[in-house]
Design a protein around this ligand. Sequence first.
Ligand code: GLU
Length: 379
Amino acid sequence: MNSHAFAPAPSWSRAVIKVGSQLVAPDGRGCSTAHLLGIAQFIQRHRRRGQDVILVSSGAVAAGLSTDPTAPAPDQLSIPQKQAYAAIGQSRLMQHWSRLFDVPCAQMLLTYDDLQRRNRYVNAQNTVSELLEMGVLPVVNENDTVATEELRVGDNDNLAAYVAVLADADLLIICSDVDGLYDADPRVHVDASLVPVVETIDREILAMAGAARSGISTGGMRTKLQAAEKATQRGVNTVLVNGRTTEPLDALSEGTVRGTLFKRSASPLSARKHWMLHTLPSAGRLVVDAGAARALTERGASLLPSGIVDVTGDFSRGDAVDVAGANGAALGKGITQYSAADVRRIRGAQSHEVPDILEEGTSATDYVVHRDDMVLHGS
Ligand code: GLU
């Protein structure tokens, strides 16, 4: 690949840098300095330039595994075993990073639940800004010990994107063991080429996600694209670079993305809409007909009862629901003005008929989801 094909690095003042398990523990166990020294140098260089850096580091499970010679292979671990090894390894991981910096490293363990609950989210936000103010390096990981399936983000690519949004960063750097996004699996197709710039994460780009999967990490390319989508939709440029050698990070410091640059959206989602789309859990699903799907996507209209053909789930007024086309295509997400039981009664009806269909006293709006409470995928 010619260097002139690489994108210029966007300027930034606050970055989140995500370091995967395969860089912390190239052998699947323990904490190695092989790749982390170069990453630490990158962080120090930019801190000296007056930029803020937040580190999201995986590797707690791998660090825990190294204390137990009888431990099963990483892919053989049960969830409780993973949680136990994460608990053993997290302090080792912190010690490991702490040795590479002159400034203190501050541990922050988060779960999806913390991002969902407003008061916890704001607390985490305040802590990050206080730590940065103090000149300390925040080191974030998922709180694996308490995070059961419903409460966890699940992978640190997505966690890093949430942290970038929470910390109001303007750059997300995902350090992996791949050079960037390829248009085909480079292990299978010798002519696969690296994609230097992604303007928008559309279906074609998502289809490339099958392309590369790295050994011990949770994510693979799919979660990297999800993370890039979350970050860019909120206005955060995202770069995917190889952290196994120092050149890509050195190049980034000198102004070139030797990897893939996912450009931030030119019209980012508001904090509220981003939170609705990516954080608020859905309590059900509304399936709409083709006419309603067009009205939503082409005109940004509100969703009326007449366009709804099917309802799943048991939700209340004010809950978030997914909106899908009759062909199953996910269209977006919105806050419903009616409970599931009421939407079942009024679906297909004209708005003026609604008050007669519902029990007396139910406050009736013309729409089921107002356009201001709707966020569409790909917007
Ligand atoms: N939280 C996990 C760990 O520290 C890693 C999750 C991931 O790699 O995405 O081992």
